[in-house]
Design a protein around this ligand. Structure first.
Ligand code: ZN
Length: 344
């Protein structure tokens, strides 16, 4: 099969486009003929590698993918070849205490497709059949792939972990990335009032088009926590979504007393200093999560299938252009998701 892979960690040049053996679906697995994949920041980190990361090389990146069922492994009876599907990349064992109790995102053997197992930058991928959802007619594979990881992540964080309720106020730190554009849409659909801090007017225009109510341009207002405080009549917001990390000091200041800080990432780097007095003095809850459960995936993708949530797609590249696609993601210039077309 055609695939994009790397034999060693490094810069974008380590990505190769060529032939790899097509995987065989194992017990409980389905082989999916991918038609589209979507990029996530994790793809860049996996390619660069980190201490302790052990991969079977060559490694195929990519968590997000959609296509159709091509073959079934032993023990799979509820799927047929040719059915169009999207993949839930949050892989769980299905047997441990967490999985059995429906909290499969806390699985003891949890793995992310494309991170430590071969992923979706390829014509074929073998995944557990339990991690597929049928695509409705007319929904493009590229749209489904672009939605999967970010909407799954944002839904679990905001609705399940964060317990967002209609009428609450939400601040999203960052305007234009895949996951933040998903947060903005989900918060609006849930009936929240949404504030967005973005790095420039163009990125904020995208947030506004998705329904954001209040826009704060941090190129003009460096102390954006103050701006949010004034906009909320010095009350602060109920929920802050902060996937930057290094901005936690400002996020703590913008939260109301008893507010919740939600985080699913650290685009600003993993370590930074925080002032603990904000956490106890303001009764803050810091709620971290990574992806969501299988039930969350079905719930949020149902809204994508119904057209109530729509991934923002920046650009689509052919699979053979994965290097250019990753360079664009690394540049930070993209607005929403970058998609790979595997239909060539
Ligand atoms: Zn498990």
């Amino acid at each position: 099969m055609k695939a994009v892979y790397f034999h060693a960690h490094g810069d974008v040049e380590v990505l190769e486009y060529g032939e790899l053996p097509t995987p065989e679906p194992g017990e409980g697995q389905a082989l999916v003929r991918l038609r589209a994949a979507a990029l996530n920041r994790m793809d860049l980190w996996t390619r660069q590698g980190w201490p302790g990361l052990k991969l079977e090389l060559p490694h195929v990146p990519g968590a997000d993918g959609a296509g159709e069922v091509a073959a079934l492994g032993p023990g799979v009876h509820d799927w047929q070849s040719g059915e169009r599907v999207v993949i839930n990349p949050s892989l769980s064992c299905g047997r441990c205490e967490a999985c059995v109790s429906g909290r499969d995102n806390l699985c003891r053997e949890w793995r992310l497709l494309g991170e430590t197992v071969r992923g979706t930058y390829a014509e074929y991928v073998a995944v557990p059949a339990t991690h597929l959802l049928r695509l409705p007619e007319g929904l493009e594979a590229g749209v489904a792939a672009a939605a999967a990881l970010v909407f799954h992540t944002a839904w679990h964080s905001l609705i399940v972990r964060g317990g967002l309720r209609a009428g609450e106020t939400v601040l999203v730190v960052g305007a234009s990335g895949g996951v933040n554009t998903a947060y903005i849409q989900i918060a609006k659909l849930a009936g929240a009032v949404v504030y967005v801090v973005g790095s420039n007017a163009e990125k904020l225009a995208l947030a506004e088009s998705l329904g954001a109510d209040y826009l704060i341009d941090r190129s003009k207002e460096e102390a954006w926590s103050k701006a949010v405080f004034q906009l909320t009549q010095r009350r602060g917001v109920d929920v802050v979504v902060d996937n930057v990390g290094t901005s936690f000091p400002q996020s703590f200041r913008t939260a109301r007393k008893g507010g919740r800080i939600l985080t699913v990432g650290n685009t600003g780097g993993p370590t930074f200093e925080i002032d603990n007095r904000y956490i106890f003095g303001k009764h803050l809850s810091i709620l971290g999560s990574s992806m969501g459960t299988r039930a969350d995936f079905a719930a949020v993708m149902g809204l994508v299938f119904a057209g109530k949530l729509k991934p923002v797609i920046d650009r689509t590249f052919p699979l053979s252009q994965a290097r250019v696609a990753q360079e664009r993601l690394a540049s930070g210039e993209q607005r929403g998701k970058i998609v790979l077309n595997i239909d060539e």
